[in-house]
Design a protein around this ligand. Structure first.
Ligand SMILES: [Zn+2]
Length: 215
């Protein structure tokens, strides 16, 4: 499938496109080959985001662990190096750590270290992924004033449920990224997306009126 072309950045929908942007970010799939998706973007959308991508990669890596080869690479070839190199990244991450009470199977209450999920960071990065993939599949730019809402899921959704099975499904980077989506034929700004990162980390995106409903 040949990706569509655009002279305008498909992320911001306003600046001239001078470069290509990976959706999802290439850095989330260190060490993996296979097909990646790129879309036309302006340099400020492209350069302005690599810090976000690097920071989010660390959160994703800590959540997916090392249960697949790709997830292992993500930490060893990507996130771990960033953590070693960047004091800023380390201190941002450390500042989100806190102790939370958990109830053990024995009924005892213990204290565990947890981190706060940077919701705004997920929103920024995956809004870009949603806008990029929307363009990749439709050849149209999702209008700037169309809302995009990103929601993190706890655990893995039931991928065999009729609702999720009815969505169009694709995989990227040797299966390390999978996504499904559906576009309203009456108004294509209204879409639903499911993203799976390293088969362990799941997010939903909704756009248009669907996004406004949950905002
Ligand atoms: Zn742009």
């Amino acid at each position: 499938m040949q990706p569509p072309k655009s002279e305008i950045c498909v992320i911001c929908g306003s600046n001239p496109a001078t470069t290509y942007e990976h959706v999802p970010p290439r850095g989330f799939f260190k060490g993996l080959s296979g097909q990646f998706r790129t879309v036309p973007a302006c340099s400020s959308c492209n350069n302005g985001v690599s810090k976000d991508d690097e920071e989010l990669r660390l959160y994703i890596s800590t959540q997916v662990g090392k249960q697949t080869e790709g997830a292992k690479f993500l930490w060893e070839k990507g996130a771990h190096k960033s953590v070693l190199r960047s004091t800023q990244l380390r201190s941002n991450f450390m500042s989100t750590l806190c102790e939370v009470p958990v109830v053990l199977p024995s009924g005892e209450v213990a204290s565990r270290l947890a981190f706060l999920v940077p919701v705004a960071l997920y929103q920024r990065v995956f809004e870009r992924v949603t806008r990029g993939l929307f363009f990749w599949h439709t050849g149209s730019i999702l209008p700037r004033d169309t809302s995009v809402n990103i929601q993190l899921l706890v655990g893995t959704p039931d991928l065999d449920s009729p609702d999720l099975k009815s969505l169009e499904a694709y995989t990227v980077a040797e299966g390390a990224f999978e996504y499904r989506f559906s576009i309203d034929p009456e108004n294509k700004c209204n879409t639903v997306w499911l993203f799976g990162v390293h088969q362990a980390h799941w997010l939903y995106a909704t756009t248009g009126v669907l996004a406004d409903e949950v905002l």
